[in-house]
Design a protein around this ligand. Sequence first.
Ligand SMILES: Cc1cc2nc3c(=O)[nH]c(=O)nc-3n(C[C@H](O)[C@H](O)[C@H](O)COP(=O)(O)O)c2cc1C
Length: 225
Amino acid sequence: MNSLIDELICERRTKRGFLDRPVPLATVRDILSVAKYAPSSSNTQPWRCYVVTGEARERVTRAAVEAFRAGPEKLAPEYPFFPQPLHDPYSSRFNTFRGQLGDAQGVHRSDKAGRMRDVERQFLFFDAPVGIIFTMDRRLEWASFICYGCFLQNIMLAAKGRDLDTCPQQIWSLQYPVLRAELGIPEGEMVVAGMSLGYADNSMPENRMALHKLEVEEFTTFIAA
Ligand SMILES: Cc1cc2nc3c(=O)[nH]c(=O)nc-3n(C[C@H](O)[C@H](O)[C@H](O)COP(=O)(O)O)c2cc1C
């Protein structure tokens, strides 16, 4: 490995199970105070964060699980995630990943109740002590989503540098009515994503998955002349 930053980038993995070990709010604040140096188009800094811990975390997760149980089919995101149907090669990658995650979690594709339980865990922040909800002014356009990606990655790397792990969670966008009500998020803000933050439980198989990443030549064309 060439540098500490290379190491952090390569070692960061999405974790879907966390230890019952608190994270001081000062640490979360430190992470955000580093992440804010993310680049953004003309320094527009489109991010807005809601950090939920303690009683607020309990309240939000309880309401989100309730909404999910009351009618998963009624939950829709604030913006489109994927084209329907998703085409190849993305759909093959998607299915491979889903299969791998299901195997690690011990949940077969045909086990509807098991899959529901796993989605519920998303709305419990996978037991992480800290949840972050990310919103953005809904009048902004695609370019601001690119900026947001830079900001989210900064958070995940700054966390990793402190031995903390994360799960970025687009799925929280489905819970915008609950989040608006519980956190007082104004109508003008779109729920972009959520994130679980804590100390990963690496004894869980889903936290030890080896995912296939493309080779550079598979996604790059080098043009020299
Ligand atoms: C924008 C974005 C949204 C994501 N949303 C979710 C999500 O809602 N739930 C989840 O479990 N993982 C989510 N993930 C994590 C991806 O599944 C994960 O990054 C991918 O499988 C590659 O794994 P890795 O992060 O360990 O390299 C998201 C990742 C990104 C970048």
